[in-house]
Design a protein around this ligand. Structure first.
Ligand SMILES: [Zn+2]
Length: 239
């Protein structure tokens, strides 16, 4: 086998590990994205705000209706009271009737004025609640933006790093013989993880099985690439 570039293959393996680690960090970053919680809270507050807004507009509508009614009743009262005190009517029965009508009118006006007042108070409460929710929402939005910017910056940095490792890897691959590279890839697919391992204290750097002296000397002196009889990884001399 043409073993040209086997030293580069070790570096390629290292780059692949770096790429794997960076991809994992990118995934982790995506998962840890704290903004999910912020976003949820923002949606909740927006809903609360919408509800308050609806209540306020209902309150306004009712208030307008009440005020129109009050204007109308006040006009009617004015007409009745002008009739009653105008001095044109002397008949006591008619005067009594007018007085009753006026009393009734005053009562209606009183009830309406109370309704108007209570709606005013309700609106005050709603408005102050609305203000509080808006302030809260602004804070959450600010926090969201801050976290988003931080996340995007970190993500961009990781992607940049990842790219540079891909470039390095590509450059290294061009120095390895096709035959060796194919073998490496085949083994990589079969066993995953590290395919090239050093001889460490006479043992396989992958599965730690003790290697025969014959195998070690062939690797050492022959500069051959041989595989571990136990795990099948490619062994290289590094001692
Ligand atoms: Zn082994």
């Amino acid at each position: 086998m043409n073993t040209d570039g086997w030293q580069e293959l070790i570096k390629i393996q290292q780059e692949e590990e770096n790429i794997f680690t960076l991809k994992k960090r990118l995934d982790q970053l995506q998962n840890d994205n704290l903004n999910e919680t912020n976003l949820q809270r923002i949606r909740e507050l927006e809903n609360i705000l919408k509800n308050i807004g609806e209540k306020i507009s209902k309150n306004d509508k009712e208030q307008r209706k009440n005020e129109n009614e009050l204007t109308m009743l006040n006009e009617q009262r004015k007409v009745i009271s002008e009739k009653l005190y105008g001095g044109d009517i002397y008949h006591s029965k008619e005067l009594n009737q007018l007085q009753n009508k006026l009393d009734e009118m005053e009562k209606k006006i009183g009830i309406l004025e109370e309704k108007i007042l209570s709606l005013m108070l309700e609106k005050e409460d709603l408005s102050s609640e609305e203000k509080k929710v808006k302030e809260n929402l602004a804070l959450y939005n600010q926090e969201y933006e801050k976290t988003k910017n931080k996340f995007e910056l970190e993500q961009a940095q990781l992607k940049q790093e990842l790219k540079s490792h891909f470039v390095k890897r590509k450059k290294l691959v061009s120095a390895v013989s096709q035959e060796l590279y194919d073998w490496y890839n085949k083994l990589r697919k079969e066993m995953g993880g590290k395919v090239l391992v050093p001889v460490v204290n006479g043992s396989c750097g992958g599965c730690h099985v003790v290697l025969s002296n014959y195998l070690i000397s062939r690797i050492h002196f022959g500069k051959e690439l041989l595989t571990c009889e136990n795990c099948g990884r490619i062994l290289y001399w590094n001692e």
